[in-house]
Design a binder for this molecule. Structure first.
Ligand code: NAP
Ligand code: ZN
Length: 353
């Protein structure tokens, strides 16, 4: 298959820093779209992948799955987009299309597995996919999103992962006006969860380890902040929440949050991937019919629904724009929870370098 050389930023190993590299993008098939990338958000999953925290990273690795740009080319059979449109690509670029999940617009739960925007098996080139830390990307139109033109494209980029990852559980658990919702961790996902839950009419509490984030949390829309290391504050919200969205990226004690769930409440894990340590105690779950659940990103239809909702309600991310060359420092700051509240790469810094 014909390919084109594209500039990108990636890493050769878990220990190495990210540097400029060249990658190949396929020439357009009839259903493909080429996007000239303007901005790409920096998700904690990018860092987990670059540093092989989850195992299975193939190198060189080019992260980035919060992609916004202008369409520069379309294939002959593309019907939903045209050259010049503002378009987005999130965490998935393909799925089998025929399994029960795909049939229900749940491509994120594709039974044989969806194709990740990076580090996924590339069905076209036979190797693996490279993400949005690059000049251009080529994607099947069925995995491309329309971005409302009224939104600032840089601040809208994080909607493609942080937005949909928190929107999907809010919708699945049918969050509505007056519900009591809590969010654990004020980072990229956490701040989007607050904005989206608030726009759905919920009363929102933030659990955070960081007292210095309290004012920001309230400015973003939280009604209350509970410092999770303060036992007195934790007991003040006993049996309060219908749904908790836990965005913490590393192993932590989930048992501390169970008593804060209402009867029949659910805590949905979207952050940490792996065995819990300490283990879960089932007693408060059984005695309160409480659930511990998980959720991954969202399907394409649901992502478009979320983007349209954000367009109508003028919801975008709180961002700090960085240059591509600053990505290694940005990762270090992310590890210290020093992000307010999403880094977004201005891709002009890569193109013009
Ligand atoms: P982030 O911006 O780094 O935010 C994470 C927040 O969690 C931090 O700001 C901090 O908030 C809190 N935190 C960090 N380390 C902690 C620790 N050791 N113990 C307790 N709290 C801690 O990360 P993100 O981009 O939002 O991503 C969060 C996680 O979700 C990552 O693991 C990422 O891989 C995962 N993710 C999952 C999906 C999915 O589909 N399920 C999609 C995207 C990302 P405070 O300072 O307020 O405590
Ligand atoms: Zn992500």
């Amino acid at each position: 298959m014909e390919t084109n050389n594209v500039k990108a930023f990636g890493t050769e190993s878990a220990q190495a820093s990210l540097n400029e590299i060249k990658i190949q993008r396929r020439a357009l098939t009839s259903k493909d779209i080429e996007i000239d990338i303007l901005f790409c958000g920096v998700c904690h999953s990018d860092l987990h992948t670059a540093r092989n925290d989850w195992g299975g990273t193939i190198y060189p690795s080019v992260p980035g799955h919060e992609i916004i740009g202008r369409i520069s080319k379309v294939g002959d059979a593309v019907s939903k987009f045209k050259v010049g449109d503002l378009a987005g690509v999130g965490c998935l670029v393909d799925s089998c299309g025929v399994c029960p999940s795909c049939k229900k617009d749940l491509e994120q739960y594709c039974v044989p597995g969806f194709t990740g925007t990076y580090n996924g098996k590339d069905k076209h080139l036979g190797e693996y996919t490279f993400g949005g830390y690059s000049e251009k990307v080529v994607v099947d139109e069925n995995f491309v999103l329309h971005i409302p033109e009224n939104l600032d494209p840089a601040a809208a980029a994080p909607l493609l992962c942080a937005g949909i990852t928190t929107w999907s559980p809010l919708r699945h658990w049918n969050v509505k006006k007056g519900d009591n919702i809590a969010v654990v961790g004020l980072g990229g996902l956490g701040h989007m969860a607050i904005k989206l839950a608030k726009a759905l009419g919920a009363k929102v509490t933030l659990f955070s380890r960081s007292p210095e984030k309290e004012k920001d949390a309230k400015d973003i829309g939280a009604d209350a902040v509970v410092i999770s290391t303060n036992a007195q504050q934790m007991s003040s919200v006993k049996a309060k929440f219908d749904l908790i969205i836990d965005t913490v990226p590393y192993a932590h004690d989930v048992n501390e949050y169970i008593p804060t769930l209402n009867v029949s409440g659910t805590i949905v894990m979207v952050g940490y991937l792996g065995p819990l340590d300490p283990m879960l105690n089932t007693v408060p779950m059984i005695l309160g019919r409480k659930s511990v659940a998980g959720s991954v990103i969202g399907g394409i239809t649901e992502t478009q629904e979320m983007l349209d909702f954000c367009g109508e309600h003028n919801i975008v991310s709180e961002i700090e724009i960085i240059k591509m060359q600053d990505i290694n420092e940005a990762y270090e700051r992310m590890l210290k929870s020093d992000v307010r509240y999403r880094f977004v790469i201005d891709m002009a810094s890569l193109k013009n370098n």
